[in-house]
Design a protein around this ligand. Structure first.
Ligand code: HEC
Ligand code: HEC
Ligand code: HEC
Length: 243
């Protein structure tokens, strides 16, 4: 020990070692520091996702949508419970969110955010009397219907697969075949599904009429296309016969 302290040439060895050690320590700290940083970010991220998920869970639950908000309890919730979507043969029972809130978390949060608008309606109006919701129903139903048009009835499709539906009646089979061909969305035909009947607004009626009419034009187009394809096809088969 004492020798080492006195002998300068011998210092080089340990000196190099010390430098290496110091370099390693600083590298180690840097690497560990970077990892600590990454881990902290990940933990924060996971926490954030958990909070968002919990928020969505609470605000998508029937308890919130149907009970906490008493206006809904005695109106749309009660109506849902009387609808064919409540007592299903297989026991599959949609929640409010299945139909009204997007299945993907990011979009669901946007739906919840937009939904806070209802809170202001509730704060600025008196809903204590029975029937006081009815004043708001037509506009509310109209808004929902347009939402289903805009998102291609995404909520319905979270359960129903268009291709898999086998309507029992002839009319249903015919209309579904048409709907599939023209790409018409559920709400165009299936409004007044689970809540009290609401007359479609003129705006909604015009929109669905236009969708069905546009579908008919489109239906004409492929038919025309088929006509155009037909000679092509025969030419091809003609070519085949020549060969
Ligand atoms: C099976 C799908 C479905 C479920 C489940 C559902 N809704 Fe609806 N809801 C609709 C559709 C479709 C409309 C658009 C109006 C219409 O055509 O009936 C609507 C409209 C509404 C409206 C507008 C007012 C009205 O009467 O149209 C409110 C409010 C509403 N729903 C709230 C709820 C709440 C709260 C729940 C849960 C207790 C719920 N909905 C469950 C499909 C559903
Ligand atoms: C949680 C899943 C779920 C969602 C979401 C859902 N449905 Fe259904 N739907 C069912 C079940 C289950 C039945 C009962 C019949 C069956 O078991 O196939 C049914 C029945 C129906 C019927 C036949 C009975 C009736 O009421 O006329 C129609 C039409 C229908 N659904 C349309 C829709 C439309 C339109 C939407 C979107 C607004 C929708 N459904 C959303 C599960 C769902
Ligand atoms: C062009 C109109 C049209 C469109 C679009 C349409 N349907 Fe229908 N659907 C009908 C008609 C009509 C019936 C038969 C109703 C009846 O017989 O009471 C029917 C029947 C049904 C049934 C009940 C099957 C049975 O007979 O038991 C279900 C479920 C259903 N539709 C779901 C949907 C869903 C979900 C969508 C969207 C993915 C959709 N429909 C789109 C017109 C349509």
């Amino acid at each position: 020990m004492v020798d080492q302290d006195n002998d300068s040439p011998e210092m080089r060895g340990p000196g190099r070692f010390t430098r290496l050690q110091e370099w390693w320590y600083s590298e180690f700290r840097r690497i560990v520091g970077a990892w600590v940083f990454v881990v902290v970010l990940l933990v924060m991220g996971a926490f954030f996702v958990a909070v968002v998920d919990f928020t969505d869970y609470v605000f998508s639950h029937n308890t919130f949508c149907g009970n906490v908000c008493h206006v809904m309890e005695s109106t749309v919730y009660e109506e849902l419970q009387e609808s064919s979507h409540w007592q299903t043969e297989t026991g599959v029972r949609p929640t409010c969110a299945d139909c009204h809130v997007d299945g993907r978390l990011t979009y669901a949060m946007m739906d919840h955010f937009v939904g806070t608008g209802e809170l202001f309606t509730w704060l600025t109006n008196d809903f204590s009397k029975p029937g006081s919701f009815e004043k708001f129903r037509p506009e509310s139903a109209n808004r929902e219907r347009f939402k289903f048009i805009d998102n291609d009835s995404k909520g319905c499709r979270s359960c129903h697969v268009m291709e898999a539906i086998k309507p029992s009646g002839v009319r249903g089979q015919r209309e579904h075949e048409e709907a599939r061909e023209k790409g018409v969305t559920c709400i165009v035909c299936h409004y007044n599904l689970v809540h009290k009947e609401v007359e479609p607004s003129e705006e909604f009626r015009n929109t669905i009429d236009a969708i069905l009419a546009a579908g008919e034009e489109e239906e004409g187009a492929p038919a025309g296309g088929d006509d155009l394809l037909a000679p092509d096809f025969s030419e091809e088969s003609g070519g085949d016969s020549v060969l």
